[in-house]
Design a binder for this molecule. Structure first.
Ligand code: PEP
Ligand code: MN
Length: 264
């Protein structure tokens, strides 16, 4: 179903009135790795909006490497995200880790994120395939492009064709960056599938200093959008502060990125 051969035109996924894919304006999703409370998410949502961002991200259920690390505010985080949307009008994206919470997500979020660690959680893919919600499917840390497309097929086979792919870096021998950003996937995914693809330079690099250049490169490569971690006090962020941009820097990326999008 994802194959370009049987579906030559680009799929445009619509989430709360925002169109992603085709020749639509690139979508720029910003927000903290983790929702830390209602005040924090509402404040950052306003900053994301003022910077020119089009959607808000924020994790409420967090897939942390250590069980002793902050696991997310869970339902309280989803509720705070919904409040941030109400105040700013920005549609919201959050990660679903377990099919147990699917009704909460269908009711409250505009795009359901399937994280890298769950890319091959086939029962979760089947569960979101039964909904009509747009799904942001991240590439697994060590998965091939073929495997990633097959995971998209799992969602589409269930009847949900609203799939957006997201490259977030893969594991290589290189330790200087958190992961290695594989930008070649943009033209490859566009050739092999009709689905939109966005880039997450935050998890790909792990370093805020690399976000701007990788974002601009992603747009130049033809990506349909970006998802960037933004925090107004990165040093104190509850997760992923080192790869989070301050709102002013995020605004700069958007300004330069939109200029590049106009010429390609
Ligand atoms: C995230 O978006 O905060 C996240 C955990 O992403 P990934 O699944 O790509 O690691
Ligand atoms: Mn994160």
């Amino acid at each position: 179903k994802a194959n370009r051969l049987f579906h030559p035109e680009d799929t445009i996924v619509e989430a709360a009135g925002i169109k992603i894919g085709g020749n639509e304006k690139i979508v720029i999703i910003g927000g903290p790795c983790s929702v830390e409370g209602e005040d924090q998410i509402c404040r950052i949502a306003q900053e994301v909006k003022d910077a020119g961002g089009t959607m808000l991200r924020g994790g409420a259920y967090k897939p942390r490497t250590s069980p002793y690390a902050f696991q997310g505010l869970e339902s309280e985080g989803i509720r705070a995200m919904a409040e941030a949307r109400k105040r700013t009008g920005l549609p919201i994206v959050s990660e679903l880790m377990d099919a147990e919470h699917i009704d909460e997500f269908v009711e409250n979020v505009d795009i359901i994120q399937i994280g890298a660690r769950n890319m091959q959680n086939f029962s979760l893919l089947k569960a979101v395939g039964k909904t009509k919600k747009p799904i942001l499917l991240k590439r697994g840390l060590a998965n091939t492009i073929e495997e990633w497309i097959m995971s998209a097929e799992y969602i589409m086979a269930g009847g949900n064709e609203n799939v957006i792919l997201c490259e977030r870096g893969i594991r290589t021998f290189e330790k200087y960056t958190r992961n290695t950003l594989d930008l070649s996937v943009v033209p490859i995914i566009k050739e092999k599938t009709h689905l939109p693809i966005i880039i997450d330079p935050s998890h790909a690099t792990g370093n805020w200093k690399l976000i701007e250049s990788m974002s601009l490169a992603a747009i130049a490569a033809g990506a349909d959008g970006l998802i960037i971690e933004v925090h107004d006090n990165p040093e104190c962020a509850w997760s992923d502060g080192a790869q989070s941009l301050k709102p002013e820097k995020f605004a700069n990326v958007i300004k330069k990125g939109r200029a590049i999008a106009q010429v390609i």
